[in-house]
Design a protein around this ligand. Structure first.
Ligand SMILES: Nc1ncnc2c1ncn2[C@@H]1O[C@H](COP(=O)(O)OP(=O)(O)OP(=O)(O)O)[C@@H](O)[C@H]1O
Ligand SMILES: [Mg+2]
Length: 500
């Protein structure tokens, strides 16, 4: 953006000519007809609707696409005039799903690993490790176990590992999607600091553009059907009325604009079920493991039919652990979680003891990591799994949920091959398919474009209006505002209820 970001000799030049990639097993090209030139040291924000091919482009640039059994390539894509595979080590990619990227047992080793592979001298490596961990705000001992990290902490770790490589091309796929608001700025600033030091080229993908708009030189918007919808400086692409309207129509978030949401604001009309209590927590303590320390203690909480509860708090505060406990999936560490007769029906009052067939019709939990939830080989089977288990054949409901969450064209696809946003929508859709009375959603809106976000919010508003209780762990302030209700703010081991 500033003339100060003059390219260093190490910064990578990118050129694509008619480039496209079709993933094996898919009829449509994920990205196509791309003619782009990105200069060394340029900072690019890559936008596009969910499924438009953003991650595919990053994977192409990182040299991860190529072999014929993975798919079919068209045209060419060159880094410094060479095939990306020949430029290995020049590009550092932080994957959309940090879970798949973190491989080693200890935080320090994870960050040192890639730099070691690049044959960086030993003392230099550990200097970089310390600096990268500091940069991303992960003040943990080097021997801290990586399995004990929260989703947002893993995202920071994956970024630290790539920063320590000091690559000539930094490729970031939604690097702030799981972070708390402070974390978002911290991570963005860390990236900018590293770019200032190294002069590297940046291509960053993020749905929420406001975070990056001020620190990039250029915005490229992918068209879902191939090619480029817009390309230019942020001040043009994101500000000019003509392009703003086109982007919004394509489902891209543009700063200062909110997609229209349907349904009524929950709470504005009484639900058909009344507002009876469904779940109540008394002195509830939650922990990941039976012997481990409690992540949150002494929660007192009542969940009523037709209530929206937002669960907020910094990364690592224990939100997901609380969600899994409220979802009946983790045994309370202390205190009690009781299901009322209204929710429990013929099952007992302790959700943790319900059989899965009993649970799915009563409480549906969507995990932070969609993949932890996938059990079958196609989207269609995944959607049918819950209703089958619950003994309810609700094909119409399932089809309508799939349609509304824009999954119908993917019914035969393997869930693990979906784009990030598609995976999220599928994991929400599978829980909606069994029509539970309580929904516990861990980051329901991450990875969504403006169009799919609005559809999801509308759907959830309708459910709340129908008497479903929706508990959502989220960093998405717009989502909380759109659903209304109460917020449970978790930090420092305690939860505090905030009414709005
Ligand atoms: N490994 C794969 N195998 C088959 N199809 C894939 C694979 N990865 C992605 N796709 C498909 O390619 C298309 C583009 O996916 P991609 O992940 O590039 O989208 P995206 O723009 O990053 O979306 P999102 O914003 O949801 O992350 C989608 O239809 C997706 O389902
Ligand atoms: Mg993606």
């Amino acid at each position: 953006m500033t003339p100060a970001n003059a390219p260093s000799p190490g910064a990578v030049h990118i050129r694509t000519r008619g480039w496209g990639w079709r993933h094996a097993g898919r009829r449509a090209f994920a990205a196509r007809h791309l003619d782009l030139e990105i200069q060394p040291g340029e900072r690019v924000l890559l936008l596009g609707a969910s499924g438009a091919g953003k991650s595919t482009v990053l994977h192409g640039l990182a040299g991860l696409l190529g072999s014929q059994d993975e798919g079919e390539q068209e045209g060419e894509l060159l880094l410094d005039g060479a095939h990306p595979a020949a430029a290995r080590g020049r590009a550092g990619l932080v994957l959309q799903d940090p879970e798949t990227q973190v491989v080693l047992a200890r935080v320090g080793d994870e960050v040192a690993f890639a730099a070691e592979n690049l044959a960086v001298p030993r003392e230099e490596i550990w200097r970089r490790v310390g600096r990268a961990l500091d940069d991303v705000g992960l003040g943990l001992p080097l021997d801290h176990p990586t399995t004990a990290l929260s989703g947002g902490q893993k995202q920071r770790l994956a970024l630290a590992a790539v920063l320590a490589m000091e690559p000539g091309l930094l490729l970031l796929d939604e690097p702030t999607a799981n972070l708390d608001p402070d974390g978002v700025l911290e991570v963005r600033d860390a990236v900018v600091r590293v770019l200032e030091r190294t002069g590297a080229t940046l291509v960053v993908v993020e749905h929420r553009v406001a975070v990056w708009a001020d620190v990039v030189d250029r915005v490229i918007v992918l068209d879902a059907t191939g090619g480029v919808l817009a390309d230019g400086p942020p001040a043009t692409v994101l500000v000019q009325e003509g392009t703003r309207t086109r982007l919004a129509a394509a489902g891209v978030w543009v700063p200062g604009w909110q997609p229209a949401v349907g349904g009524t604001m929950p709470g504005s009309s009484g639900s058909g079920y009344g507002d009876g209590v469904l779940l109540s927590a008394h002195g509830l303590g939650v922990a990941r493991t039976r012997r481990g320390p409690a992540a949150v203690e002494d929660l007192d909480l009542t969940v009523r039919a037709g209530e929206a509860l937002g669960i907020t708090g910094p990364n690592g505060a224990g939100k997901s652990t609380a969600a899994l406990t409220l979802g009946g999936l983790l045994r309370p560490r202390a205190g009690r979680l009781d299901a009322s007769p209204l929710l429990a029906g013929t099952a007992g009052s302790d959700p943790f003891r319900w059989r899965s067939a009993q649970l799915v019709r009563r409480i549906g939990t969507v995990f932070q990591e969609p993949e932890h939830q996938f059990l079958t080989a196609t989207v269609a089977d995944e959607l049918a799994f819950g209703p089958r288990q619950a003994g309810t054949a609700e094909a119409t409901r399932t089809a309508s949920v799939a349609e509304r969450l824009r999954l119908t064209h993917l019914l035969q696809a393997n869930p693990f091959t979906l784009s990030g946003g598609e995976k999220r929508r599928l994991s929400v859709a599978t829980m909606l398919a069994t029509a539970p009375r309580v929904l516990v959603l861990d980051e329901p809106t991450f990875g969504q474009d403006a169009g799919t976000w609005a559809e999801l919010v509308t759907l959830l508003r309708e459910l709340v209006d129908d008497g479903v209780a929706v508990l959502s762990v989220t960093h998405d302030a717009e989502f909380i505002a759109a659903l209304g209700g109460t917020t449970l703010h978790i930090s420092g081991g305690a939860g505090r209820l905030v009414s709005r």
